[in-house]
Design a protein around this ligand. Structure first.
Ligand SMILES: Cc1cc2nc3c(=O)[nH]c(=O)nc-3n(C[C@H](O)[C@H](O)[C@H](O)COP(=O)(O)OP(=O)(O)OC[C@H]3O[C@@H](n4cnc5c(N)ncnc54)[C@H](O)[C@@H]3O)c2cc1C
Length: 381
């Protein structure tokens, strides 16, 4: 692994302080309550609009599309602060993290001009339409198909596990726009922008262990998608989708989903002066620090256009196991009674972390699949 060491500049430290103060003020004002896994399960359109108005969505995008033209390290800092405080960013998260960069790279000028400013305002959300009932790890086998008709495409099929589709306006949907050949599964795949309120789209909830509604089944019954909603090149959907994966896998959201719990536990142990248990908890701090340095290094290489697919897979694999370990260790260190409706932050955060943790090593590619990618990468070197 060759990852650069990154030193944040004084301006970047100042930016971090500004973002932190802004978020702390909103907690103090009661705009939101700190939550674990808030980037996927804390959907709050009101808060998305607040941070859109503050210029904190689309941070790296060109100003002509509503962005701020800042560096990806600035975005890294912003993302860390949002996750560390557990801010409810789920509504716009996918659009900011994935859809914007995808459209900037592959979208038409009209798509960029229409969607990007709305995303940056915090009023337009996207879902990820990849997984299907029989296509998860083996994603290239997707069967949802789009047939050419006059002026566009007719989509039929189903997607599943689609996070926040019930709140989203659109979904980047991977579909088959030509025949399915099991020997050439990666061919004839394309990405379409599907309006989730279009006639023929049915969205039904899949409930979490907690009873909460975060993800969905989506069914398409002759859904018409106009030609101008194809993203990039027809048949190039697999390559375009892969280009997003390194960004999706290596970010701080693969390390910090349970950080609000860790922070709360350490604060509690400090308050109690419990040195023995603090000594246990700080091993988690060492883990988070090392993982963070790896993740920042990957972010820097990505900014410079380098190839870090294997390292990004490694960060995701090790980072998500760390996120899962946090509630396991915290519940042994402190007398807590985990309940989702608890008033005590520690009890509430532990319940959220325990109940959401099983999904961390599944979403975005399972640990087994990542192990395969890493192993092949090592062999290829
Ligand atoms: C919280 C959460 C949010 C999600 N959000 C979205 C979303 O917004 N959009 C979306 O499209 N998808 C989403 N997903 C779906 C996720 O991407 C899939 O669950 C994941 O890719 C695994 O696919 P699968 O569930 O079909 O499992 P399968 O692929 O059936 O795998 C089942 C088990 O077999 C193992 N396995 C499979 N193939 C191999 C192999 N070749 N070698 C070794 N082991 C293997 C897997 O590791 C896993 O343990 C989400 C999932 C979760 C948990």
């Amino acid at each position: 692994m060759h990852l650069p060491t990154v030193q944040f500049t004084t301006a970047q430290h100042e930016f971090r302080q500004q973002v932190r103060s802004f978020l702390q003020q909103h907690v103090a004002d009661g705009t939101f309550r700190t939550k674990c896994d808030a980037w996927l399960s804390g959907s709050d359109p009101h808060f998305s609009k607040i941070i859109g108005e503050a210029g904190l969505i689309g941070l790296t995008w060109p100003t002509q599309y509503g962005g701020q033209g800042r560096s990806s390290l600035d975005r890294y800092i912003l993302t860390e602060e949002l996750l560390a405080i557990g801010a409810p960013v789920a509504a716009h998260w996918i659009a900011d993290r994935q859809t914007g960069p995808l459209l900037l790279r592959f979208g038409t000028e009209a798509q960029k001009q229409y969607y990007l400013p709305r995303i940056a305002e915090g009023i337009c959300y996207f879902a990820i339409g990849l997984s299907e009932p029989n296509s998860g790890s083996d994603l290239a086998s997707v069967r949802t198909r789009a047939e050419k008709v006059d002026g566009g495409w007719l989509v039929n099929g189903a997607k599943t596990w689609t996070s926040n589709a019930h709140d989203a306006h659109y979904m980047i949907t991977l579909v088959r726009t030509g025949p399915y050949d099991p020997q050439k599964k990666h061919e004839n795949l394309s990405q379409l922008i599907v309006d989730l309120h279009a006639p023929g789209v049915t969205i039904t909830p899949i409930r979490y262990l907690t009873g909460e509604h975060h993800f969905n089944d989506i069914f398409f019954d002759n859904v018409f998608i106009p030609d101008d909603q194809v993203v990039g090149e027809l048949g190039n959907g697999w390559r375009q989708g892969l280009a997003e994966l390194a960004f999706e896998r290596s970010g701080p959201e693969r390390i910090l989903s349970t950080f609000p719990l860790l922070q709360q536990a350490i604060d509690e142990l400090k308050k109690r002066g419990d040195v023995a248990r603090l000594a246990e908890a700080v091993t988690l701090v060492a883990d988070v620090w090392s993982l963070r340095n790896l993740s920042i290094g990957v972010s820097k290489v990505l900014e410079e256009g380098g190839d870090v697919d294997v390292t990004a897979a490694l960060v995701k694999s090790v980072g998500t196991k760390f996120e899962q370990k946090v509630p396991e260790i915290v519940r042994l260190l402190l007398d807590v009674y985990p309940r989702l409706d608890a008033d005590t932050p520690l009890d509430r955060l532990l319940a959220q972390a325990m109940l959401h943790a099983p999904g961390f090593t599944i979403r975005g590619g399972t640990s087994e699949i990542l192990a395969g990618i890493i192993a092949k990468g090592v062999v290829a070197q």
